[in-house]
Design a protein around this ligand. Structure first.
Ligand code: FAD
Length: 279
């Protein structure tokens, strides 16, 4: 992929406290200097962050940057989703990440849409081609998929429903990404599939997330990270080396960009960015 066409983006979650809001403001201003294509803002399952996502997206946009809200359909009614979609359209927002979402464990799935493909179709039905719609993709497969073939078929269904591009769940094994892209291309899926990148900052948090979302921490990395114990400086230094190398391999292998899960911090993503020589 031509370097000039690559798409780089950063993801935030809507902060819950005034301090968090102030910190995020500093974070995006710092990351904006890297001139990413867009910032995206997550959406709590069942609309739990609906107002926070909207206000964060609008503030980023009003600060002069391209902002994309995530929208998830789990536990939501058609009417509520219609309202959310049109609210963003009325504000002139033209980019979204459409997801099913996850409910907290123990709660059964509910709502009028079962899968993200139905949300994508609904966005198209309601707003035509107003939005650039991103969807999620899983190089190591979604943990609830009964088999890989079914998961890639579910991905294809999202593309056929109208997705323009995809962002992957994070992973640390570049082969899983390249294999996934090859499978998608073999099925005639042509949209860009941008790798999601999770910088490593805190091992216990990463291990928890990875268990929940089905992202593998390769054994050699897990052992090394465990071996650092409480030595957070070594964890961060190792994490920066490993993740920079991963990004380097992905871009060299033709990845159409990178999407950083920032956890609302500028430091790790911008250090990786600089090491990659992207600025
Ligand atoms: P889907 O594509 O609907 O897939 C969910 C499961 O259903 C998969 O196992 C799939 O194989 C299966 N499936 C789909 N269609 C069918 C079918 N027709 N028949 C049988 N099985 C099917 N979560 C949030 O709550 N808020 C966010 O802001 C958020 N942002 C995210 C951003 C990215 C880039 C990624 C990768 C994930 C994000 N998530 C977010 C997490 C995501 O919501 C979860 O991974 C969720 O479990 C699946 O969402 P999905 O959109 O991939 O669902």
């Amino acid at each position: 992929m031509a370097e000039s066409k690559r798409v780089f983006s950063f993801e935030f979650y809507p902060p819950k406290t005034p301090e968090g809001v102030a910190k995020l403001r500093t974070t995006w201003k710092q990351l904006a200097q890297l001139r990413p294509a867009f910032f995206s803002v997550t959406y709590g399952a069942g609309g739990s962050t609906r107002e926070g996502t909207l206000s964060t997206v609008l503030e980023i946009r009003d600060d002069g940057h391209h902002a994309a809200p995530h929208i998830s359909c789990v536990a939501a009614t058609r009417a509520a989703l219609r309202e959310v979609i049109h609210q963003y359209k009325d504000h002139g927002i033209r980019h979204t990440v459409a997801l099913r979402g996850d409910l907290p464990s123990g709660l059964a799935m509910s709502g009028e849409f079962r899968y993200a493909s139905e949300l994508v179709a609904f966005i198209r039905e309601e707003t035509g081609d107003w939005f650039h719609v991103e969807v999620a993709a899983y190089p190591e497969y979604h943990p609830q998929a009964r088999k890989p073939q079914q998961d890639i078929a579910a991905f294809k269904a999202k593309v056929e429903a109208g997705a323009d591009s995809a962002i992957t769940q994070y992973f640390y094994n570049p082969d899983s990404y390249f294999h996934f892209v090859d499978q998608a291309r073999a099925l005639g899926i042509g949209i860009p599939i941008v790798p999601g990148i999770m910088p490593i900052n805190n091992f216990s948090q990463l291990a928890r997330f990875s268990d929940a979302c089905g992202a593998e921490i390769p054994r050699w990395m897990r052992l090394k990270l465990e071996g650092f114990g409480d030595d957070s400086a070594s964890i961060k230094a190792f994490g920066l080396d490993v993740v920079t190398d991963l990004c380097d391999r992905l871009l060299a292998g033709g990845a159409p960009g990178l999407h950083f899960y920032t956890m609302n911090m500028a430091g790790p993503s911008s250090t990786i960015w600089q090491r990659l020589g992207l600025s």
